[in-house]
Ligand binder design. Structure first.
Ligand SMILES: [Zn+2]
Length: 292
């Protein structure tokens, strides 16, 4: 493709008009990008955000596309920014396409595992329109949150149904989310230097538990088990289930939450931390059931 360049000799009036148009385009660019950022940030708060399979399947539900934004232009012109009618539609659409490209590049970087990818607002200008559009974006984010809540409830119902359908006995650890929400006390060595204590992992876990509404899930399973009639639900105290070896039943040392593997010093069993704990919880649950 050949590019033709023309030197423009604009009049003063034309310069003013061009600058005016450019600044409106910058506003639109910033606002459109902000809308995408807001929705992206809302999506990032989703429980399953770090599950690649979930993201492949659902992340697009939480994205605003070029077409969504382009289709909003007429309303925008009518209700918020009548002066946009003075700018050609194709110019405005081109601005939105640039936003689309910038966001697509950002999203690609995220999917390639560059979790630190940043999304910058490139064009600098902001006015009242920005605030108005951010407000609109906030409303859309609200819709997005509602969507997430509904999907989460659907997900819990489905999982609960599947569990009850497949198993005669289901054992849960009787977690108290309240206790988990406390951050672990900071550890200090003899010099008073703070040591890593798994606080970040714990805060993340706590958030997941709160988000997943653990209690709700257990209630759902119990209700469905009761109505199905063939499934028993047992709750057990999870104390020490992470330390005890599911192979030899001996107790090992305390594990910080960021220690993800169980390695037994006695029998040499190596197992995923959660898998080991789950086996212990199952054994406890089944022993509770035996007639004593
Ligand atoms: Zn062992």
């Amino acid at each position: 493709m050949k590019a033709l360049k023309y030197r423009l000799y604009p009049t003063k009036v034309q310069v003013v008009k061009l600058e005016w148009t450019l600044s409106r385009c910058c506003e639109l660019y910033n606002a459109a990008l902000q809308e995408r950022k807001d929705i992206w940030n809302a999506c990032k708060k989703h429980l399953n955000f770090y599950d690649p399979d979930w993201c492949t399947e659902h992340a697009k539900d939480y994205r605003v596309t070029y077409y969504d934004q382009a289709n909003a232009l007429p309303t925008l012109k009518r209700d918020v920014r009548p002066e946009y009618t003075a700018i050609g539609s194709q110019v405005l659409q081109d601005v939105l396409r640039r936003v689309d490209k910038a966001f697509a590049a950002f999203y690609r970087r995220v999917r390639c595992g560059q979790t630190q990818a940043t999304l910058g607002i490139n064009l600098e200008h902001s006015t009242i329109l920005f605030a108005i559009l951010v407000k609109q974006a906030a409303q859309e984010v609200g819709t997005c949150h509602r969507k997430i809540r509904n999907q989460r409830a659907d997900f819990l119902h489905k999982e609960a149904r599947d569990l009850v359908k497949c198993y005669e006995t289901i054992v849960f650890e009787d977690l108290k989310p309240k206790n988990l929400s406390r951050r672990p006390k900071p550890k200090q060595d003899e010099n008073g230097t703070f040591l890593p204590n798994g606080a970040a992992a714990k805060a993340g876990l706590n958030k997941s538990i709160a988000d997943a509404a653990w209690g709700l899930f257990v209630r759902l399973v119990r209700a469905k088990a009761e109505s199905a009639g063939h499934t028993t639900v047992v709750l057990v105290n999870p104390k020490n289930t992470s330390q005890i070896c599911s192979g030899c039943k001996r107790k090992g040392p305390h594990k910080d939450l960021d220690e993800r593997t169980h390695t037994c010093q006695h029998c040499g069993l190596v197992l995923d931390r959660d898998h080991n704990a789950a086996l212990n919880i199952l054994r406890l649950g089944l022993s509770h059931q035996e007639p004593s």
